[in-house]
Design a protein around this ligand. Structure first.
Ligand code: CUO
Length: 679
């Protein structure tokens, strides 16, 4: 069944469905036999499709097949939710296959892929299916449009065996005349964008309750995007750019432009550009059911801020809920997003989602030029544009107002009696002691699934991305309790100095704390030496998982089983982007390690089935979030007044080690990664 359902979301013409007559697209029905013999060689296998009574598809058919689909648009969310419900409601996997085949050539292809993927991910009989990665289904969302022309040429002329990978240049969207371009390598990283698409797939904008209602979803929306901002801001600081200015004033020109240079293969249109100094305006695109004013966004923001001030929100059935120190952020996260779990959509509106769309339509707010959404309208492409971060900085600042209103953690809540961290270092004494090394790597992706013109076989593209040398933490812990205890080791990394070179105050530095790892450790009585490999982190997913389907026949790939590779596993920060780039001289940072008492962190539940990578930002499939503390603990709240700098914050179960992140300006082929950067 894996082999039958999977090709549905890869390119057309490569698999043959033995269709009931009634399933053929109406205009092709008369020629059905001719069409199938034209495309099929005799040795190809035909997949029989069962004929079922097709349910009413008029709702999702309201969007044409080639229009741009945006998950941030309420009307599109409703259509997708309807389609997801139909797919989930199919009694058997065969019925699902049948409906999916019927829909595939009729429904908007992005909506179809999204809805089928969400359904496959949540149906008990399909959850373990392997799905192709989005960059293979829609490579046009991730790569310079020019390479598709070259791919077409190459694949028409050369047989599979002779094709060389096509180089994707690094600097194709701009030049350093635009200071923002210095971090384009980060914003346009394929893995970062895949992570973001997967996160929104696991926590979808719409669908039945079993699909949308996940443990601490609103809090994770806050935390994952907060961590994204911390990482991006640190990356900016490494590149001599200041931290992101929040997009607070919706009425002033937006200084940063963005020209994505992506084409939409399905619609044949280019993703629109956003020149510098454009203004936002009211949106009135009736065809997409998208009508709202900037004033609406400003009004919802006021209502949200009022809820934060009073710590109270109202629900759609008229009840009042209190935003307490622990669960308040979850409710607020759902309201701000606005996720389908928002306490009351009619009161709190759709602040974050429609902010995305105000930006995504600012080049054609009344649709007079029939232009599609820009990259901000699609979770797979939004992170490419600098404006994504200005918008999310503003969203994060709103969450920070709430978090800052909470009483700081007491030293009782922070400490772990009898446990002291007495030494922390990264790597062994020698050249790399307390040094992280970063460099460029080149890796290869297969575009062939997403190219409907390509003949069989691979069409490979080679792209350049940031990478780092594997490293190891060494943590010395004294346990003076008279028994063994369990602790949670929490590791964070943040810059030590601000943009002017002055030491960062605690309350600024904590907003830049990047979570690097979190794991449970048994501490025996007396002295413990904990060792932890960078690759074991709870934050990232391995390169092979981010890009898993490109790896067949490649020697550098770990042998993860098929069941481990189902789609949930695609969510997780890409490991190659785990560390900031640093600087050639070495960027000074504080590595923070804390061991908290596991008795307060514990979440009693069954072990997860399948993959458990990337859980800090993505949670566990079908389980509760596996850490009872507030996400971001201990840096999610401001500290007591007497804490000015990080060292004032430390209790004996915490320790800080000064480290450097050293960038080596060399390029390695990823499969020969070890030490080949020459540093
Ligand atoms: Cu992930 Cu704004 O939420 O993009």
């Amino acid at each position: 069944f894996d082999n039958q359902l999977q090709p549905l979301i890869s390119s057309p013409g490569q698999h043959q469905w033995d269709l009931p007559q009634s399933y053929q697209i109406e205009k092709y029905q008369a020629h059905a036999n001719t069409i199938s013999s034209r495309f099929t060689s005799s040795d190809e296998e035909w997949i029989p499709i069962k004929e079922i009574a097709i349910p009413d598809l008029s709702v999702p058919l309201q969007l044409s097949r080639t229009d741009t689909f945006s998950l941030f648009a309420p009307a599109h969310q409703k259509m997708a939710a309807y389609l997801i419900m139909l797919f989930l409601g199919m009694r058997t996997a065969d019925d699902l296959l049948s409906l999916a085949v019927y829909c595939r050539d009729r429904i908007n292809s992005q909506m179809f892929t999204y809805a089928l993927t969400v359904a496959i991910l949540h149906r008990p009989d399909t959850k373990k299916l392997r799905l192709p990665q989005l960059n293979e289904i829609f490579p046009d969302k991730f790569m310079d449009s020019r390479i598709f022309f070259r791919a077409r040429e190459e694949s028409n002329i050369l047989p599979d065996a002779l094709r060389e990978p096509i180089e994707i240049p690094m600097d194709y969207t701009g030049t350093n005349a635009d200071p923002e371009h210095r971090v384009a390598y980060w914003r346009e990283d394929i893995g970062v964008n895949l992570h973001h698409w997967h996160w929104h797939l696991v926590y979808p904008f719409s669908g039945p309750l079993e699909v949308i209602d996940k443990d601490r979803r609103g809090e994770l929306f806050y935390y994952m995007h907060h961590q994204t901002m911390a990482r991006y801001n640190v990356e900016r600081m490494c590149n001599d750019l200041g931290r992101t200015r929040p997009l607070e004033n919706l009425r002033e020109p937006i200084a940063e432009g963005y020209f994505p240079k992506l084409d939409q293969i399905v619609s044949g249109r280019a993703w629109p550009s956003r020149p510098r100094n454009m203004m936002l305006s009211d949106v009135n695109r009736t065809v997409e059911g998208l009508t709202f004013a900037l004033e609406d966004l400003e009004y919802w923001r006021e209502v949200l801020l009022e809820a934060i001030r009073t710590r109270r929100m109202k629900t759609s059935d008229g009840k009042e809920i209190y935003l307490d120190d622990f669960t308040g952020i979850d409710i607020l996260g759902n309201a701000v997003e606005a996720s389908p779990l928002s306490p009351d959509m009619s009161t709190y509106g759709s602040f974050h989602n429609l902010g995305h769309l105000a930006i995504a339509t600012m080049h054609d707010p009344d649709h007079r030029y029939l232009e599609p959404f820009a990259v901000m309208g699609d979770a797979a492409t939004a992170m490419r544009d600098p404006i994504f971060y200005r918008w999310h900085q503003h969203v994060d600042d709103i969450f920070a107002i709430f978090k800052n209103s909470i009483t700081p953690y007491s030293s009782d809540e922070l400490s772990f009696p009898g446990v002291a961290v007495t030494d922390v270092h990264v790597n062994l004494p020698g050249a790399n002691l307390n040094t992280f090394n970063t460099f460029w790597s080149k890796s290869i992706v297969d575009l062939s699934r997403g190219l409907d013109f390509a003949p069989k076989g691979e069409v490979l593209a080679r792209f350049q991305h940031l990478n780092h040398e594997p490293f190891k933490y060494y943590i010395t812990v004294h346990n003076t309790n008279d028994k063994d205890v369990l602790g949670t080791v929490r590791i964070f990394l943040a810059p030590r100095y601000n943009e002017q070179g002055a030491p960062l105050y605690f309350n600024e530095q904590r907003m830049l704390m990047i979570e690097l790892d979190k794991f449970t450790a048994r501490l025996k009585r007396g002295l413990n030496l904990l060792e932890r490999e960078s690759a074991d982190t709870a934050v990232t997913i391995p390169f092979e998982t981010t890009f898993r389907n490109l790896n067949h026949n490649r020697p550098d790939v770990s042998n993860r089983s098929a069941t481990e590779e189902y789609n949930f596993c695609g969510c997780g920060w890409p490991h190659h982007m785990h560390l900031p780039k640093g600087t050639i001289e070495g960027y000074p940072m504080d590595l923070f390690v804390m061991i908290s008492d596991f008795d307060y962190d514990r979440v009693d539940q069954e072990d997860p089935i399948g993959c458990a990578d990337g859980i800090s930002y993505c949670g566990l499939k079908d389980r509760k979030y596996p850490d009872a503390r507030s996400m971001g603990f201990p840096f999610d709240r401001s500290a007591h007044h007497n804490v000015r700098v990080l060292s004032d914050f430390l209790t004996p179960n915490m320790r800080v080690q000064q480290v450097n992140v050293k960038f080596h300006d060399v390029v390695t082929e990823r499969r020969n990664l070890s030490r080949s950067y020459g540093g």
